[in-house]
Design a protein around this ligand. Structure first.
Ligand SMILES: CC(C)(COP(=O)(O)OP(=O)(O)OC[C@H]1O[C@@H](n2cnc3c(N)ncnc32)[C@H](O)[C@@H]1OP(=O)(O)O)[C@@H](O)C(=O)NCCC(=O)NCCS
Length: 191
């Protein structure tokens, strides 16, 4: 049975800057803040998939609908972090459904914060809370997997701190700000 409740609070913590942070599940009313972050990251041309494309409200509504459906089916966990009431970013773990039943035990990890929220311990707290939520709500999950661009030093360090290890590298897989750079693959077994 699904344990997903829109907007449910998971935990609070204090950031390094002394602000109160709340980690909770998303709800429909978050749509515009999710959209603003998606477009902010795309504009920034940072280490996420988008590089300048504009995401429409309709597209974002589709992503949120898919996320909610995935959580109801116990195939996805997505948690949001709000700092002093402002949306700071989100973290997701999506069951790998590409291999029918062969890869259902694998969760694909992703995280992104707004620029102002970075470097204050929020990514680490949000990531470890999402991993714990995935353990509890995605039955049969055994392994987390992610891809990170070789130039994303903050991301690579965060993942190592969480226990991920590099297991592979695809040379020149990513066109990043005019250069072809490597995509690093990392995994974290869940015992
Ligand atoms: C990557 C990201 C999620 C990290 O979150 P964060 O809140 O900034 O990271 P934290 O402050 O929690 O730091 C956790 C660890 O990450 C590493 N880290 C964070 N910022 C770093 C930086 N500027 N340089 C080097 N390492 C850094 C450190 O190991 C840090 O641990 P420490 O504080 O004990 O040294 C965030 O920077 C971000 O959203 N970046 C843009 C989007 C992105 O790259 N997403 C990931 C795509 S794979």
């Amino acid at each position: 049975m699904s344990t997903f409740v829109p907007g449910r609070h998971v935990r609070t913590f204090t950031t390094r800057a002394g602000q109160e942070a709340v980690i909770r599940y998303p709800r429909w009313e978050d749509l515009d803040e999710l959209l603003a972050l998606s477009n902010r990251l795309s504009q920034e041309d940072t280490f996420t998939v988008s590089s300048g494309e504009v995401i429409s409200r309709e597209q974002q509504a589709g992503y949120l609908a898919e996320a909610i459906k995935g959580m109801e089916l116990q195939d996805y966990v997505y948690l949001c972090c709000f700092v002093d009431g402002k949306f700071a970013g989100g973290c997701g773990i999506q069951r790998n459904l590409s291999g029918m039943s062969r890869k259902r035990h694998m969760g694909i990890f992703s995280i992104a914060l707004s620029p102002a929220a970075r470097g204050q311990g929020i990514g680490y707290e949000l990531a470890r809370t999402t991993i714990e939520a995935a353990r509890q709500t995605l039955p049969g999950l055994r392994l987390l997997f992610l891809e990170v661009y070789e130039k994303n030093i903050a991301g690579i360090n965060l993942y190592k701190k969480l226990g991920f290890m590099e297991v592979g590298r695809v040379p020149q897989a990513v066109l990043y700000q005019g250069d072809y750079i490597d995509d690093i693959e990392m995994t974290l077994p869940l015992d």
